[in-house]
Design a protein around this ligand. Structure first.
Ligand code: PMP
Length: 452
């Protein structure tokens, strides 16, 4: 990555982050650079201080001004303290808001059965296992949840992780090494990029293919046929900023033609799409075909943690080879119990998945008819594209401060420059009155900022 002189302003930093953390442009990708972009930050030219060579790794810290600049302008939206965040309404910084910015898609974080399961687990097993799954952090609850997840997906085996982030680190670092290639959709989550970077340290290569493009994937896989590299394709099932569902049917057929393997990170797909909320693979009728499905408990399942399901031998291999699984403390019993209860409630109370879908359809329809650009979303993640960082932050502030609507601004820290957006997301438990109040506010702010 090109070094920029003179410190990191908001826009400069944005560009750096977008390149190194996550890139979601739709254009076909060339074969990626052989080293992770962020490593370029440590190049020697940054250390040249006048005539002296600075060895101080704190230099970059002193040059980081983006957050202070945004704070000074009253535009800093991050790390707000929530006093309550348990449903369609929340209290943030003392302000009661309508929540259009949560991943509590099914509204289960306060469900009595989920609360009770977490409390019971604390009462019987304490607050933490203080050790890794591998040696002293596994409980029967962990095993039970693995069994339930394998059953739910109709697959041989499952593995429960401490976070979803660690799932992607684990898959890539355990399965890919010298002679292997990770082919990732350009728009995958930062955790997959980090996982691939770990694999690159073992000699694997990274190739980014065009977003949701079977044609681009085919082209890149065809190029590999000259050699004998192993290939793992990794995609998100539902893209976390865009709300778009992966074209898994098209991609899978290309994967099979080339004898590659595929993993779907369905962090946002579970509860959101597919029959009974089973996710992206089932949405496409391909539940039994996808090699690995990963996910998180931190969204529809109202907890914290991650999971992976697939063939028993592959799951067992990862269990014994992935550092992010083996050498991190296990998920606390309460988080595992909460996820298990939420999975049960999701199946018992099918209306939640239906209601989430109705709310999503309503908001997409209304926002489009107001004239907002929402992109190709088909889910309860509905982005409002603004495409300019400063304007996005201003819209975010106005919605929050003037209209008590809480949304999430995605500027170039998390999306590529020119793709900034306000991410709105909905819950099964939003009532029509919440949605309509939000639409009214969005219409006022949208007109004021020239979005509609
Ligand atoms: N994958 C995707 C697509 C995500 O959006 C996230 C979290 N936002 C993760 C993985 C990581 O999951 P977790 O929060 O459980 O670490």
């Amino acid at each position: 990555m090109r070094r920029r002189e003179g410190g990191s302003s908001l826009s400069e930093l944005s560009e750096e982050w977008a390149t190194s953390a996550r890139v979601s442009t739709a254009s076909p990708a060339p074969v990626a650079r052989p080293c992770p972009p962020r490593l370029a930050l440590a190049s020697n030219d940054r250390r040249q201080k006048g005539d002296r060579l600075s060895r101080d790794v704190w230099d970059k810290v002193r040059e980081f001004r983006a957050a202070d600049e945004a704070r000074a302008q009253g535009l800093y939206p991050y790390f707000r303290a929530f006093e309550r965040n348990d449903g369609p309404e929340a209290v943030v910084d003392g302000r009661q808001v309508i929540m259009f910015g949560s991943n509590n898609y099914l509204g289960l974080t306060t469900h009595p059965k989920v609360r009770e399961a977490a409390s019971d687990a604390i009462r019987s097993l304490g607050t933490s296992m203080t050790g890794s799954r591998f040696v002293n952090g596994t409980t029967q609850l962990h095993h039970d949840l693995e069994e339930r997840l394998a059953d739910f997906y109709g697959r041989e085996a499952a593995l429960v992780f401490t976070t979803g982030y660690q799932v992607n680190l684990a898959v890539c670092s355990a399965l890919l090494r010298d002679g292997d290639v990770a082919l990732i959709d350009r728009g995958v989550h930062a955790s997959t990029y980090d996982g691939v970077r770990l694999a690159m340290a073992h000699g694997a290569r990274m190739v980014r293919f065009g977003h949701n493009s079977a044609e681009s994937l085919d082209m890149h896989l065809s190029r590999l046929e000259e050699g004998d590299e192993g290939a793992l394709v990794i995609i998100d099932g539902v893209f976390s900023a865009e709300g778009e569902i992966a074209k898994l049917d098209e991609l899978l057929s290309i994967v099979r033609q080339h004898g590659a393997r595929i993993m779907v990170d369905d962090a946002h797909g579970l509860g959101m799409v597919g029959p009974a909320g089973k996710g992206t693979a089932h949405h496409h009728g391909l539940g039994a075909e996808v090699d690995l499905i990963g996910g998180t408990f931190s969204k529809s399942l109202a907890s914290v943690g991650g999971y992976l399901v697939g063939e028993r031998a592959v799951i067992d291999y990862i269990r014994h080879h992935a550092a992010s699984f083996m050498f991190a403390a296990s998920g606390a019993p309460s988080t595992v119990a909460a996820a298990m209860a939420a999975l049960e409630v999701m199946q018992e109370e099918g209306w939640r998945v239906d209601s989430l879908r109705e709310n999503a359809d309503y908001m997409i329809r209304e926002l489009v008819s107001l004239g907002f650009e929402v992109g190709p979303t088909q889910t309860a993640i509905v982005p409002i594209y603004i495409r300019d960082d400063a304007r996005t932050l201003a819209v975010w502030r106005e919605l929050f401060e003037e209209h008590a609507i809480y949304t999430n601004p995605f500027v170039s820290f998390s999306v590529s420059p020119g793709h900034s957006l306000i991410r709105t997301s909905y819950m099964a438990t939003h009532e029509r009155a919440h949605l309509d109040r939000g639409l009214e506010a969005l219409a006022i702010v949208g007109k004021k900022y020239g979005l509609i």
